[in-house]
Design a protein around this ligand. Structure first.
Ligand SMILES: Nc1ccn([C@@H]2O[C@H](COP(=O)(O)OP(=O)(O)OP(=O)(O)O)[C@@H](O)[C@H]2O)c(=O)n1
Ligand SMILES: C[C@](O)(CO)[C@H](O)COP(=O)(O)O
Length: 235
């Protein structure tokens, strides 16, 4: 009998179903080209380089067909699915098709914003390694660069930024844990802004790994200028 260790498969859910209203591009944000390569394709390439083996790509219902050409010859096997009104709905739509994509109940699931197109492959690998090593949830984080103030009715006060972290993606989970967490959110109508908050809501601990400024989220037009500079080419 072979005693070789067979690592669990790694599947990514890449959420690309946002409207991109703050960017205001003529095409869906995930299809915005930077130096000739779309944000979505860049994300898939970085995920594959970091150890992801297949992906579910969640796209907007109104423009779903526009994504087909970009997904031809993707750097890893991809299934396209339509998303929902909020990011959380889009993640849930991706999780819903996982049984069609992968049989292994203990697969690793990475959830990634297509808009974080320049995430370094070593960040992806760190997230995968942390979950493989036993973390229920692993997320990349970076220190906060600005001084931060909390505002309330009484005025505002400064927060100790040494205790704060900016949260990036991909966020990694054991499949059973993230599926159960999103089911609870759906049953209870609980909103979250990321998937680590979902598993935390269901009582799991979140492990932090080192993120990278390059995993910035393309959100506003200025971010495209940064993306072009990072890509080292013309828009
Ligand atoms: N209903 C939604 C909303 C967001 N997203 C995805 O979640 C990621 C993070 O969202 P953000 O970058 O803020 O994108 P948008 O919601 O599209 O941006 P905006 O708020 O400017 O409209 C993106 O990859 C986006 O496509 C999604 O799949 N489904
Ligand atoms: C998931 C996320 O990118 C982590 O920082 C962030 O919460 C997404 O927020 P958005 O408002 O949906 O872009």
């Amino acid at each position: 009998m072979s005693t070789d260790f067979i690592a669990e498969p790694v599947v990514a859910i890449v959420v690309a179903a946002g409207s991109g209203s703050r960017l205001g591009a003529a095409v869906p944000k995930a299809l915005v080209p930077v130096a000739g390569v779309t944000l979505l394709r860049r994300s898939l390439t970085q995920l594959a380089a970091g150890g992801v083996q297949q992906a579910v790509v969640v796209v907007p219902a109104e423009t779903a067909e526009l994504f087909d050409a970009d997904l031809l010859d993707a750097p890893l096997p991809v299934q396209r699915v339509v998303g929902g009104a909020q990011r959380q709905d889009s993640v849930a739509a991706g999780l819903a098709v996982l049984p069609d994509v992968i049989a292994d109940a203990e697969a690793l699931v990475l959830i990634h914003d297509a808009a974080r197109a320049f995430v370094p492959s070593d960040v992806v690998a760190r997230v995968i390694d942390a979950v493989r090593s036993g973390a229920d949830a692993a997320i990349p984080v970076v220190p906060v660069a600005d001084t931060i103030r909390e505002v309330d009715e009484a005025g505002s006060h400064v927060i100790d930024r040494t205790r704060l972290r900016g949260v990036q993606t991909p966020q990694g989970f054991r499949r059973s844990i993230i599926e159960a967490a999103h089911a609870v959110l759906s049953d209870t109508g609980t909103p979250v802004t990321d998937d680590a908050a979902a598993v935390e809501y269901t009582g799991h601990e979140v492990t932090l790994v080192a993120g990278d400024r390059l995993a910035f989220k393309v959100t506003e037009p200025l971010d495209v200028a940064l993306a072009v500079a990072v890509a080292g080419g013309a828009a």
